[in-house]
Write a new protein. Structure first.
Length: 93
């Protein structure tokens, strides 16, 4: 199965897509989850075929659109000249 949603990070919407594994006959998988991150100027669409393949091989696959990219928020730059302050706290996934 597949699910797309947005989650909030510092008042910005971050687009995420999750693909649950295609299970074995016993309904379980022991493979690790995979996180796919795209480069500058791309989006989760870049991973479409990779996500399908990994899902069909039994992996749980997570992809997200980085801030300012794809379907995520496109904030205006702050004084530092970047979209996010360098002092922003790390994100726990």
């Amino acid at each position: 199965s597949s699910a797309s949603k947005f989650w909030k990070w510092q008042n910005h919407d971050i687009f995420t897509e999750v693909r649950l594994p295609v299970h074995n006959d016993d309904g379980r998988t022991n493979k690790p989850a995979v996180v796919l991150l795209h480069g500058f100027g791309a989006s989760t669409t870049y991973w479409r075929e990779t996500m399908n393949t990994l899902q069909n091989e039994g992996y749980e696959v997570h992809a997200l659109d980085l801030l300012g990219q794809g379907r995520s928020s496109k904030p205006v730059p702050v004084e530092t000249g970047t979209s996010v302050s360098p002092s922003s706290p790390p994100v726990e996934i």
